[in-house]
Design a binder for this molecule. Structure first.
Ligand SMILES: [Zn+2]
Length: 86
């Protein structure tokens, strides 16, 4: 399964898509938007906390004008499976 959007917050399309969940988890990349680190804290509780704290972008300069969370929710992967490595 190709992953072209942040599975947690739905941001994307990502500059470099991942070929699989394993590739995503082993990348330890960090989402510009929700700031989760794949393979470390990409889990639904992290996402819920991020939303409850007002959806602050990790890199505000990457945030498009007029950005709305609800426009990218369809790209989330739910349920997002827990990382088997943690
Ligand atoms: Zn994200």
């Amino acid at each position: 399964m190709k992953i072209e959007y942040c599975p947690l917050c739905g941001w994307g399309p990502l500059e470099k898509p991942y070929e699989s969940m394993e590739e995503l988890w082993f990348s330890y990349d960090i989402c510009d938007c929700c700031g989760c680190e794949y393979g470390l804290d990409d889990n639904e509780p992290y996402y819920e906390k991020w939303v409850s704290e007002g959806c602050r972008w990790l890199y505000p300069e990457a945030k498009p004008t007029g950005w709305r969370l609800q426009d990218q929710l369809q790209h989330q992967i739910r349920p997002w499976p827990p990382n088997p490595l943690t």
